[in-house]
Design a protein around this ligand. Structure first.
Ligand code: UDP
Ligand code: MG
Length: 343
């Protein structure tokens, strides 16, 4: 019997969570040879998601929950789930049923075939706004062109991974996480299975346009230093052009005497170069701000409450129990309120 942890980040999902657990349970009960456990991660929801989780944990014996101290973002919530998982395989999936639970059957099959990972890929983006699809497509196009880490367009955060791959992901402890890139970065054999986009039935998307833009920028800067190289290239190009222009002007002045330079030419050159310099500083700033955030080594998430104890997990986690602070193994009610995720 293989064990599987289903890591589900949840932010304001009080309306849909019970339906999600119900529908997923109906599917996993049909899969032979695997036992499943839900790890629901409450990402600082403003609604009653936490209470719903506790109720579900009482109702179903295979529902575990982790409640974070505030909203850390989906990436951190996923990381928390991965860190607490202990099963042979781990699945990450959304709580809104946009990731069809039926695909778990194919995913388990792929693992049986010997893959390290089985990931879902959307074949359509029906139901998503045109502008979001356009920007998303453009982001992947540019990113795949300039970065060594290739991220398949239309890949979603719905995948089943082997323990080995999860351990590799957990070992990447960067604070600004971009999982789509990290999944590719760690490597391992991945089987892709296509599915048609499912529209959200309950609740609404948590992403704003600005939020997605910042996320894309994070993804871009995390996986490539090409913008810095492009700036160096531009520096060389403009210096070259400037040098040639200086020589030409010098020769003209020597031969034809002092020329009165055009006001417009000077203004254009100053403004153009000013713009390029500001852009360069901006790009440098993007990288430096990330260095600044990473050097603080703040934890990726902070747990307020959980019903997962070390004893619940598989031997893999118990082996590393030495590194775990004592309070993780005590009863959830007595558990310290400021247990840090990054032990
Ligand atoms: N989510 C989260 N923290 C956040 C935002 C979202 O844990 O700050 C969860 C959310 O509850 C859902 C998943 O991430 O389970 C995907 O979110 P959403 O459906 O809003 O994204 P979309 O499907 O529109 O990309
Ligand atoms: Mg969704």
């Amino acid at each position: 019997m293989k064990t599987v942890d289903l890591v589900v980040p949840c932010y304001n999902e009080e309306d849909g969570l019970a339906v999600f657990v119900e529908e997923t349970t109906a599917v996993i009960e049909t899969i032979d040879g695997y036992t499943f456990r839900f790890i629901l991660v409450n990402d600082g929801s403003k609604d009653n998601t936490y209470l719903v989780m506790k109720e579900l944990a009482e109702k179903y014996s295979n529902v575990a929950y982790i409640s974070l101290s505030r909203n850390f973002g989906k990436e951190s919530a996923m990381y928390a789930g991965l860190k607490y998982s202990g099963a042979d395989y781990v699945v990450v999936m959304d709580a809104d049923l946009q990731h069809p639970p039926k695909m778990l059957i194919d995913m388990c099959q792929a693992m049986d075939e010997g893959y390290d990972c089985c990931a879902a890929r959307r074949t359509s983006r029906k139901g998503e706004s045109k502008i979001r699809s356009f920007f998303s497509k453009t982001f992947y196009k540019i990113s795949n062109k300039v970065s060594d880490v290739k991220m398949p367009y239309n890949a979603v955060d719905y995948r089943m991974m082997s323990r080995q791959m999860v351990d590799a992901l957990v070992s990447l402890s960067e604070v600004q996480r971009f999982s789509k890139g990290l999944f590719s970065w760690v490597g391992f054999d991945t089987k892709w299975i296509p599915y048609k986009n499912v529209e959200r039935k309950i609740g609404s998307t948590k992403w704003s346009f600005w939020g997605l833009f910042k996320y894309a920028l994070d993804g871009f800067v995390s996986f490539t230093v090409s913008p810095l190289r492009i700036l160096s290239g531009m520096g060389v190009l403009f210096s070259g052009v400037a040098f040639i222009y200086i020589i030409i002007t010098l020769i003209q002045t020597l031969i034809f005497g002092i020329d009165v330079p055009g006001y417009v030419t000077t203004l254009c050159a100053v403004l153009f170069m000013g713009g390029i310099i500001e852009l360069s500083i901006g790009v440098l700033g993007e990288y430096i701000s990330r260095i600044f955030l990473e050097t603080k080594k703040r934890p990726i998430f902070i747990v307020k409450d959980t019903n997962i104890t070390v004893a619940d997990n598989t031997p893999k986690i118990q082996e590393t129990a030495d590194e775990v602070p004592e309070d993780i193994s005590i009863d959830s009610k007595k558990q310290s309120n400021n247990y840090f995720g990054q032990f």
